[in-house]
Design a protein around this ligand. Structure first.
Ligand code: MG
Length: 249
């Protein structure tokens, strides 16, 4: 069952979302050559707690940190540690915040110093794919309209979208129904309704869409070693269309 949220509930998700987007902005400014991924996690956790939220990922199914940090060929769910970011890397920062029992989830991928033209294009296209998906989050459209818009945007630039991990409903839990794939499944005809809240999150690769999980049991990497980017927003479907609850200011 897809849970429909009231205006009051959407306001609560937005409260979590505004803390989240402020923390992501802080993290983006902190990313530079020489910083350890663990330092970004500590920064995120402290900033969330100071703002009155709780980190939603810490302890989720045993995940050991507040922030997922995925570098270069790492797609999602990278565990922060002693890895030092270096010039030319791209780093995805995926964060969840809960306030008063309501969840928000968002991700950005940022360049570390100067990056290759291919990496720059990947970041641009992945973000555009997210926005193309969000532009379809209207009542009476189909869920698959979001999915195919994302896929089309990524593939028309020669990139691929990950199949094994998808977006999701969100609100009273971090992961709710429905699943929100980043690739078209025409029979996925769920009709979008006012009050649905979705975490839309394309993962876009430069090479194959196929991925595998490292022996740590968490870190998802591209099978061919190509670069991967990830952008995510939590979005409410309102009568007038999509409302981004994790707007990055
Ligand atoms: Mg998510």
């Amino acid at each position: 069952m897809v849970k429909i949220k009231s205006k009051g509930e959407i306001d609560k998700i937005q409260k979590a979302g505004s803390i989240l987007s402020r923390v992501l902005k802080l993290l983006k400014e902190a990313v530079k050559p020489g910083i350890k991924t663990l330092e970004l996690d500590s920064l995120a956790e402290r900033a969330i707690l100071t703002a009155g939220g709780l980190p939603a990922f810490k302890g989720y199914r045993g995940f050991p940190a507040s922030l997922c940090v995925s570098v270069n060929d790492e797609v999602v769910h990278g565990i922060p540690g002693n890895r030092v970011l270096k010039e030319g890397d791209i780093v995805s920062l995926d964060l969840g915040v809960v306030v008063d029992g309501y969840y928000a989830d968002a991700a950005i991928t940022v360049p570390v110093g100067r990056v290759s033209p291919l990496a720059q294009k990947l970041l641009f296209v992945c973000r555009e794919a997210l926005m193309a998906g969000i532009r379809n989050a209207f009542p009476r459209k189909h869920l698959n309209d979001i999915s195919s818009a994302i896929q089309n945007e990524a593939e028309r630039h020669g990139f691929s979208v990950v199949r094994d991990f998808v977006g999701h409903g969100i609100g009273r839990a971090l992961h709710e129904e429905p699943q929100v794939p980043n690739f078209s499944i025409p029979e996925n005809g769920l009709i979008l309704e006012e009050g649905m809240t979705l975490a839309i999150e394309p993962m876009v690769n430069t090479g194959t869409y196929q991925v595998k999980v490292r022996p740590d049991g968490w870190t998802v990497i591209t099978q061919d070693g190509g670069l991967s980017a990830h952008f995510e927003h939590t979005v409410a479907i309102t009568s007038s269309g999509p409302k981004i609850l994790t707007e990055f200011k």
